[in-house]
Design a protein around this ligand. Structure first.
Ligand code: FES
Length: 144
């Protein structure tokens, strides 16, 4: 009899190239251990992440979506992360409206020097997604 494997959520991570993407690279080169559940997609700025990207990720089977960028005040485009923060608040409301738990979405601020923080963000997100199980509500809604 084989032991049951723990549920491994699939995460799509939109990472600002100036900060969080470099932070994830630092976690890698520093050999910090963290779950390999996140598929990174590098974006120029969190302000460039359209809510449609997030819905599309859920629609294509993501169990969680992470958007991570420069700390507030450090955006290379000055106000991109302020814009992102406002959009992401609306995304959480939209997810609630369509029946997808808003806890499946997370936003974080991780600089290029914070490899350990990036690893912790992903670890915490995986731990928080596991009790929710697979996300299939958005896919089901699309197929009706
Ligand atoms: S450049 Fe990193 S969030 Fe805008």
């Amino acid at each position: 009899m084989s032991e049951q494997q723990p549920y491994e959520p699939k995460i799509v991570a939109f990472l600002c190239k100036w900060c969080s993407s470099a932070g994830s690279d630092l976690a890698g080169v520093s050999r910090i251990q963290y779950p390999a559940n996140a598929t990174p997609i590098t974006v120029p700025c969190t302000g460039a992440v359209s809510p449609m990207y997030i819905l599309s990720a859920f629609n294509k089977g993501a169990d969680g979506v992470l958007v991570s960028g420069c700390h507030i005040g450090d955006c290379h485009y000055l106000e991109g992360n302020y814009l992102a923060r406002r959009k992401m608040y609306l995304i959480m409301k939209l997810l609630d409206f369509i029946g997808v738990e808003h806890d499946r979405f997370r936003m974080s601020w991780v600089s290029a020097a914070e490899g350990a923080k990036f690893a912790q963000v992903v670890t915490d997100f995986v731990n928080d997604l596991q009790p929710l199980g697979p996300q299939d509500k958005l896919k089901r809604a699309e197929s009706k």
